[in-house]
Design a protein. Structure first.
Length: 128
């Protein structure tokens, strides 16, 4: 069975994608940024604050699909300025300490809005 979760973002309808898809026990969460539900950027200028906000958004989507951050097996991060990686590392450790998913961080990414410093996607698996 395929279950989809949509957010309030306009891009999903325009590009024909959704925030997350669950197929069986596997969940994929699309690239998530620090845009709030009104289109404002949360944590402008701060990789740490944007990362924490993004993980809150991801956690809410996972919860809607019956999962949590402890079910995350992979994170993929795209940063506009890899020199700020320590802020991402600190936030990632706060969220995933003891869970330790595999992680990829790609620097010097060009995101859709210059105020966005980071974009994160995750994969999760629910174990029976």
């Amino acid at each position: 069975m395929r279950r989809k979760v949509r957010s309030t973002g306009a891009f999903e309808e325009q590009a024909a994608y959704c925030r997350a898809v669950k197929v069986g026990s596997f969940i994929a969460v699309a690239g998530t940024t620090a845009f709030d539900e009104h289109g404002n950027v949360v944590g402008e200028g701060s990789v740490y604050r944007q990362t924490k906000y993004i993980f809150q958004k991801i956690e809410a989507v996972l919860k809607e699909l019956g999962a949590g951050m402890s079910d995350v097996i992979r994170t993929r991060t795209f940063m506009t300025d890899v020199s700020q990686c320590q802020d991402w590392i600190r936030a990632h450790k706060e969220v995933f300490d003891g869970i330790e998913p595999v992680a990829t961080c790609i620097g010097d990414a060009v995101l859709m809005d210059p105020r966005l410093l980071i974009e994160i996607e995750v994969d999760a698996v629910l174990l029976d």
